[in-house]
Write a protein that binds this ligand. Structure first.
Ligand code: NAP
Length: 261
């Protein structure tokens, strides 16, 4: 029997991601920041990206204060070049390997189709679709070469059904949902698991401005309340961990049951 030597060390049951590097886009806020903390708790060296250095350093400091390993990579992600640059920086900081990629950075402007200008359209598709696409293009082949890796995309419940005012946002995440499945087919046979979580209304800095509208939206689901960022992060951490070793191409709803009813 031959054994494969991977770049990462083998983790323990309590810290299954020890020796692994995890890149979390949008790790300066909300779901991404909660995910970065969870992955650090599992033993990963976490690399957090975002544009806001203050929030990035604060997120890193919070992880380090709990004994975790984290670094901040400042980046305005908007195109293939910025995605490739971040991937290369992550590989450098990660000692040559990125083993977990979480695509959480996203924008979600809502509004009528007739009022949406081309710049907004481009901004949404650039961050929500193009950036994950080129991050995966840059990082998944290395994971495939090592025979292991996990990629988790953050989509949304409104990628599954039509809702007025969410055509642009929902369609961008529907593209990411299909990419999740296509990438599972492409990289899964090489040992790379690609999955997604599909959150419902979740309390984050990004949704704070929605005020009561968030509660109203959430009231339509069985749970009857908005989720917390850490509840979504728990699902992402599961998909990143070896516990999800037989889970490929899945889209896990974390939406209080909204799309089930
Ligand atoms: P959030 O609090 O607004 O955080 C968004 C993150 O994306 C921030 O870390 C932000 O970092 C980063 N970001 C935005 N534009 C960027 C850019 N151009 N370059 C680099 N980073 C950028 O959002 P959230 O509510 O946690 O949402 C996270 C993900 O979950 C998104 O993909 C969203 O679509 C999805 N989601 C959220 C909900 C919800 O109800 N909250 C529901 C379903 C799906 P900087 O500001 O530091 O740049």
């Amino acid at each position: 029997m031959t054994t494969t030597t991977t770049a990462a060390a083998t983790g323990t049951a309590q810290h299954p991601l020890t020796g692994r590097t995890a890149l979390v886009t949008g790790g300066t806020s909300g779901i991404g920041r909660a995910t970065a903390a969870r992955l650090a708790d599992l033993g990963a060296h976490v690399l957090i990206t975002g544009r806001d250095a203050g929030r990035g350093e604060a997120a890193v400091a919070a992880i380090r204060a709990r004994g975790g390993e984290a670094d901040f990579v400042r980046a305005d992600l908007r195109d293939a070049a910025s995605a490739r640059t971040v991937a290369q920086q992550a590989l450098q900081l990660g000692g040559g390997h990125v083993d977990v990629l979480v695509n959480s950075a996203g924008v979600f402007p809502f509004g009528p189709t007739a009022d949406t200008d081309e710049e907004t359209f481009a901004q949404v598709y650039d961050l929500n679709v193009k950036v994950p696409y080129f991050l995966v293009a840059e990082l998944a082949p290395g994971m495939a070469e090592r025979g292991e890796g996990a990629i988790i995309n953050v989509t949304t419940m409104v990628a599954s059904f039509g809702m007025a005012g969410m055509a642009l946002y929902g369609s961008s995440k529907a593209a990411l949902t299909l990419l999740t499945k296509a990438w599972a087919a492409e990289f899964g046979p090489s040992g790379v698991r690609i999955n997604a979580v599909s959150p419902g209304p979740t309390r984050t800095e990004g949704t704070a401005a929605m005020g009561e509208a968030l509660d109203q939206l959430a009231s339509q689901g069985p749970a009857g309340r908005p989720g917390e960022a850490d509840e979504v992060a728990a699902a992402i951490a599961y998909l990143a961990s070896p516990q999800a070793s037989f889970v490929h191409g899945a889209v896990l709803p974390v939406d209080g049951g909204r799309i089930a009813v």
